[in-house]
Design a protein around this ligand. Structure first.
Ligand code: WTA
Length: 641
C-alpha cells in the first residue's frame, strides 16, 4: 500500500518530489559540515558568527557552531517584529471554549515583562535553573521564552507528575524557582497544581514559588515562599534586552525515563536545537505564512517543547495551545477546534487516534475540517487501522500523514515522510531527514539486511542532539553510546528496534530496552519497581509491558509477596503508591501474584520470559539458563487462574 501526496494541498513546499529530497541528502554526503553551516547561516539570526561548524574532538560530547552568539527568544519573537508584529503568534483555547490570542508584538511585551520579573523579583541569572510545573496556558509559553531571553535554563515538569517526582527534579536541577499556577480547568472543572508544588518544595532551602492565578480556587499561601505572578508582572517594564548566549549554552533540561535508575535530565543547548526545530517545522509541517498549526501535546513533553512552542514560533507561525482534554465536552472537540481556527496542520499521538476511532468520533463528518493539509503522528508506533482512519476519515484522502520518529534526546524529527514528496506507506516513518544518518544495526554493529529487525542508530552527530545528561556525563555516554563502542566513531543508540523493507522504508517497532510507552509517555520499569518495593508486603517485583488496545502499551507487574493477600486490594494499594511516587499516568493496568521470578543463575530477572507470559504468548527462546526452569509453568498457571 503506497499513498502519494496530493499536490493540490501544497504551494511552496521545500520538497516537492523525491529528487529534491535526494539532492539535499547528497549535498550532506558530499559536504556534511558545509551543508549544515549553510543552513545555519541562512536560517538563524547570528548576533555574532561562529568560527567552526562542528567540534568532534571530545566525542560524543559534540559541539556545534562554536563561538556563535544567539538568543532563542530573539529567534522566536524579536526577529519577526518587523514583518509580523500584528500576526497571531499564539491562540489559547480554554477548556470552556473561550479563547485569547497574543500577537507577536503582544508576546514580545509579555515575555519582556516576565524576563524583568525573573531578574528583579527572583534574581534569576544566566545559567540558573527554573522549574515550570504548569497547565497549558499562555503564561507557560511566556515563562519558557522569558527564561531563554535571560539565559536561564528551564525544566518543564509535566503537570501529571506527583509531588515526589517533582521534588526529585527540583533537587536534581538545583532550581532556584518553581513557576506554577493555582491550577487550571479540565472537563469543565477546576483542578489544582500549587498544592503539589507546596508539598514538593517542603524543606527545600531557599526555593521560591511563583504562581499564576488561573482558576482562583482557594490555595494555601506562604508569604515567605509564594509570589503572585499576576500581581508581580503588572509593575514590570515591557522592555528587556535579550542576553547574548553562546551557541552551546544550555537551553533546557527535560527529564525522561531510561531503562535503569532515576529519570535522566536530558540537556539541550540553544543554537543547534532551535535550528533543527525550525528546519523540521518547515520541512515536515510545511509551515507557510498565515497557516494555523495545532500540536495537541502538553508542553511537559518534548513534543510540546519543539512543536507547540519553539518550532512554530521560530518559523513565525501561529500555534494553538489547548487547555483541556480532547474528549470534552464530546469526542468531536478536536474537530471543533480545527474548524474554529481553520487549522492546517494537526499533530497528535496514535493513542488519541485509537481512542477517537474506537468512540467512532463522527465529528470530522459534522465539522468542516477541509483546511487540514498535514496530519502528524508521534510518540509511539501507529497501527495500520488508525493510520487508515486518520488518512481516510479525517484527511479525506487528501492530506499527507507524517509519522514522525524522534525522541526527547534528538530534539526534533529524525525519520519522517516529507508531506509533498514522500510516497507514504502506512505505519512507516519512511526515510531519515536530509542531514540525518540513521542505520539499523545488529549487536555487532553491522547493518541489518532488509526486513530484519535491528537496533535503530544514528551514526553521525546532528545539531539538536542531547548534549549530556544533566550532572551525569558518564551515564550519557553509557546510555546512548555504550553499546556501540565497536564503532570507530561513537554511534547513538536510540533504544528502539526497527527494520527496513525492500524499498528502504523504515518501520520503527518500539523500545527494545526496559522503557514502557504508555499512551506515548515513556515510563522506566526501574522507576516503577522502586516505587512498588515501598509496599510493606512486597518481597520482589518485576514490571513489564503488555500490549493495550488504546494505550499502545500498558504496565503489568509480577509481584512476589511476603504474606498472602487479595489481588484487587493489592493492586489499588500499589497504584496509590505509584500515584504518590510518580503520577497517575503510570499506574498498573494489571498484576499477577507470583510464586517467584524467572532468574538466571546469576540472579538476573529474565524479562523476556515475563513479557511473553504477561502477553499470554508461548514462552520461546532459551530458558536453560534459568536457575529454576519450572518457574515458567508456575507463572503460566497463575495467569490462567
Ligand atoms: C517512540 C517523543 C514509533 C519511540 C517524540 C521513541 C515512536 C520514544 C515514534 C521517544 C514513531 C516516537 N513511531 N515510535 N513515529 N515517535 N516513538 O522521548 O519508542 O517522549 O524512543 O519523544 O517514542 O519518546 P519521547
Amino acid at each position: 500500500m503506497i499513498f502519494k501526496p496530493n499536490p493540490n494541498k501544497f504551494k511552496n513546499a521545500t520538497f516537492n518530489n523525491m529528487d529534491e529530497y535526494n539532492e539535499l541528502c547528497q549535498k550532506f554526503l558530499n559536504n556534511y559540515e558545509g551543508t549544515w553551516s549553510q543552513i545555519a547561516k541562512e536560517n538563524l539570526d547570528w548576533l555574532s558568527p561562529y568560527s567552526k561548524t562542528l567540534d568532534s574532538s571530545n566525542a560524543p560530547f559534540y559541539k556545534w557552531f562554536i563561538d556563535g552568539k544567539i538568543n532563542i527568544s530573539n529567534e522566536c519573537i524579536d526577529r519577526h517584529l518587523n514583518t509580523k508584529a500584528n500576526q497571531k503568534a499564539i491562540i489559547f483555547e480554554a477548556d470552556d471554549g473561550t479563547s485569547k490570542t497574543l500577537t507577536y508584538k503582544e508576546l514580545h511585551r509579555e515575555v519582556n515583562k516576565c524576563s524583568n520579573m525573573l531578574v528583579n523579583e527572583f534574581n534569576i541569572k544566566k545559567g540558573d535553573r527554573v522549574i515550570l510545573y504548569m497547565p497549558m496556558i499562555l503564561e507557560s509559553v511566556i515563562s519558557m521564552l522569558a527564561c531563554t531571553r535571560i539565559g536561564a535554563i528551564h525544566s518543564v515538569v509535566f503537570g501529571g507528575f506527583s509531588d515526589i517526582a517533582l521534588r526529585d527534579r527540583i533537587i536534581d536541577a538545583k532550581a532556584k524557582l518553581v513557576i506554577t499556577a493555582d491550577g487550571a480547568y479540565r472537563k469543565g472543572k477546576p483542578y489544582m497544581l500549587k498544592p503539589t508544588v507546596d508539598s514538593a518544595c517542603e524543606n527545600i532551602k531557599d526555593i521560591k514559588i511563583c504562581a499564576v492565578k488561573r482558576n482562583n480556587e482557594n490555595i494555601s499561601w506562604d508569604e515567605n515562599k509564594d509570589y503572585d505572578y499576576n500581581k508581580l508582572i503588572q509593575t514590570q517594564s515591557d522592555k528587556f534586552d535579550f542576553v547574548q548566549m553562546d551557541s552551546e549554552d544550555p537551553l533546557f533540561i527535560l527529564y525522561t525515563s531510561g531503562s535503569t535508575g532515576k529519570p535522566k535530565g536530558v540537556l539541550h543547548s540553544g543554537a543547534g536545537y532551535i535550528l533543527w526545530a525550525k528546519m523540521t517545522m518547515k520541512w515536515t509541517f510545511d509551515l507557510q505564512p498565515n497557516d494555523v498549526y495545532w500540536c495537541s501535546a502538553d508542553i511537559g513533553w518534548i513534543t510540546g517543547h519543539t512543536y507547540s512552542v519553539y518550532g512554530p514560533l521560530a518559523c513565525g507561525g501561529t500555534t494553538i495551545i489547548y487547555e483541556g482534554v480532547p474528549t470534552y465536552p464530546n469526542d468531536s472537540r478536536c474537530w471543533e477546534i480545527i474548524e474554529k481556527y481553520k487549522v492546517n496542520q494537526f499533530y497528535t499521538a496514535p493513542t488519541l487516534l485509537r481512542l477517537l476511532h474506537k468512540l467512532n468520533s463522527k465529528g470530522a463528518l459534522n465539522h468542516d475540517v477541509s483546511s487540514l493539509r498535514i496530519l502528524g503522528s508521534v510518540g509511539e508506533p501507529i497501527d495500520t487501522n488508525s493510520w487508515l482512519w486518520y488518512y481516510e476519515s479525517i484527511g479525506k484522502k487528501e492530506c499527507s500523514i507524517v509519522d514522525t520518529w524522534w525522541q526527547t534526546e534528538t530534539g526534533g524529527h529524525m525519520i519522517t515522510p516529507l508531506p509533498n514528496a514522500t510516497p507514504m506507506k502506512p505505519t512507516s516513518a519512511c526515510f531519515p531527514l536530509p542531514g540525518i544518518e540513521a542505520k539499523i544495526l545488529d549487536t555487532d554493529g553491522n547493518e541489518c539486511e532488509n526486513n530484519k529487525k535491528g537496533l535503530l542508530c544514528i551514526t553521525k552527530p546532528w545539531p539538536s542532539m542531547i548534549r549530556t545528561i544533566y550532572n551525569d556525563d558518564k551515564r550519557f555516554v553509557s546510555a546512548y553510546f555504550g553499546d556501540a563502542t565497536y564503532q570507530e566513531k561513537p554511534v547513538y543508540f536510540s533504544g528502539d528496534g526497527a527494520y527496513k523493507d525492500d524499498d528502504g522504508y523504515i518501520f520503527v517497532t518500539g523500545r527494545v530496552d526496559d522503557v514502557i510507552n504508555v499512551s506515548g509517555h515513556r515510563i522506566g520499569t526501574a522507576e516503577l519497581e522502586t516505587a512498588i518495593q515501598n509496599h510493606h508486603n512486597v518481597a520482589e517485583v518485576a514490571v513489564v509491558k503488555k500490549a493495550h488496545i488504546i494505550k499502545g502499551e500498558s504496565i503489568f507487574s509480577f509481584v512476589v509477596l511476603k504474606a498472602d493477600t487479595d489481588k484487587n486490594s493489592l493492586k489499588s494499594e500499589l497504584n496509590q503508591i505509584i500515584k504518590k511516587e510518580i503520577g497517575a499516568f503510570a499506574v498498573l493496568e494489571d498484576l499477577a501474584i507470583s510464586p517467584g521470578l524467572p532468574k538466571t543463575r546469576s540472579g538476573k530477572v529474565m524479562r523476556r520470559i515475563l513479557r511473553q507470559i504477561a502477553g499470554n504468548e508461548e514462552v520461546s527462546g532459551d530458558i536453560s539458563t534459568l536457575e529454576d526452569p519450572s518457574i515458567v509453568k508456575k507463572l503460566q498457571n497463575v495467569m490462567n487462574d
